[in-house]
Ligand binder design. Sequence first.
Ligand code: MSP
Length: 597
Amino acid sequence: MAARMNTLSLLNPSHVSLRPRDSRFSHRPLRFYSSPNPNRRALFCTCSTTNGESFVLTTPLYYVNAPPHMGSAYTTIAADAVARFQRLLGKKVIFITGTDEHGEKIAAAAMAQGSTPLDHCNVISQAYKTLWKDLDISYDKFIRTTDSKHEAIVKEFYSRVLAKGDIYQADYEGLYCVNCEEYKDEKELLENNCCPVHLKPCDSRKEENYFFALSKYQKSLEEALNKNPNFVQPSFRLNEVQSWVKGGLRDFSISRASVDWGIPIPNDRSQTIYVWFDALLGYISALSDEQEQPDLLNAVSSGWPAALHLIGKDILRFHAVYWPAMLMSAGLSLPKMVFGHGFLTKDGMKMGKSLGNTLEPNELVHRFGTDAVRYFFLREVEFGSDGDYSEERFINIVNAHLANTIGNLLNRTLGLLKKNCQSTLVVDSTTAAEGNEFKDNVEKLVDKARMHYENLSLSSACEAVLEIGNVGNFYMDERAPWSLFKQGGTASEAAAKDLVIILETARIIAIALLPVTPSLSWRIYEQLGYSRDQFDAATWGDTKWGGLKGGQVMAQPKPVFARIENQTEDVDKGVAVGKTMKSKGKKMKQAQQVAGA
Ligand code: MSP
């Protein structure tokens, strides 16, 4: 699905004759752009929001040519973890996701299904919403590019850019890849003008289009990137973006004469707006209030600029080059940061519909549960780099970390508390840990986790939380409270305190891991005797030692995370996947074979 690999629909001068209708191409300085303090440790301001400023973060708007796969779910899971973390810090978060529904590719997909484009979009868009529910995605706004408020805002934006003198008509002749939804530079094509991503020949097209004067913004973009090196993350992707800009920016076509399924160009119904010029505006139109008449500046005043666009690396140029230039043209602020993560691969190949090696997120959730899926991909794949999926590793990691290190620690402690203390805490956790350096270790690890979350190092954040579980288990084994209880007297009192210490540790783990495993965290809290309201009111401040009080009664011990039984010994060797995938086994088996071929 992620089709546009590292290319732009750039104007190829050898194929183009330009007839600018408006030549007011003046270079304007960048407006409303603030440079951050480069010495700041965290990527984001971590103070709680006191001035009502929102933390707006976005996922890409997903194409609806086909239902979501695990690659598309990955960005959304990561965004959800960031959103939940920022909420814990007290920020007013607006988490935006949605679907990108216009263009030739979508119209063709609908036709292939014997459906109208809108009916098709309704079905697939709903499939995204259902998956987000199953994955515990706490989005605040879901924008569809077919929403009427979105269309109104795109048209208004277009008119602003036109009024600025940045849109002109010109003839275009070039090679178009429908799957990528972009014109290709001949140099990048394979034999027979085949697209290197989809391995299908590009169509030769000639039409008169409207163009956006991207070249005008070359200098402003260079300055913006120099002034704000945090704008592109991870930092190694900044060089790539800078070299694209330095290499020279060429104007790009923002309309299609041959595509009906799109937003008509204002005052020229013979053309529709190019999908990218349309979809990027979804980040702003999503902010527009349902009750009010859609209006660009009203939407902007509801939270723009976004604090963070989370995207895959294949669409970095659209977000770090096209989009800022479009915003500069319209006189709007730039987003504060664009983070390009890596790809999920299967047996070393990018997971995607075109290669047929996708993983079904519904299937994974159904088999292993939401927390396992969220945890595995965030823990296992370093955010920013590519990461390979292996079922064997999935099961091993999830069992070792969530079932054994965390779940089992809580369960055995609650068992001992039930047996020896009527499931009731004998003292406050602060008193229990007095003079005990174990508490200091936990606090240090919590600080570490927070720093990693702030820096979007989600895997390292998980690792730091897991380490809290490890030190907890170590403490438990070393102290062996089960033997102390048998000795009675002061030994028994010490053991009761040890249980409080471990349960307080489990409570802290629950909050610190909440951005990644919200359901598991709730189950831990429930076991510790808290109500849902108490859990929902938790903040990052609750990772501080001292939450559990003497006299608090714990729930009946029951496992918070069921171990995944490995049904086959040979999983992930390409032969056994079908056996474990019951309902869609055939499909998965086929995908595995393609990937392994
Ligand atoms: N519609 C555009 C985005 C417009 S945003 C204004 C688009 N859609 S997409 O559905 O093709 O891709 C959406 C996101 O999914 C991209 O960030 C892409 O990188 C991500 N992924 C698709 N396959 C992926 C993997 N195999 N691994 C990780 N992410 C991948 O592009």
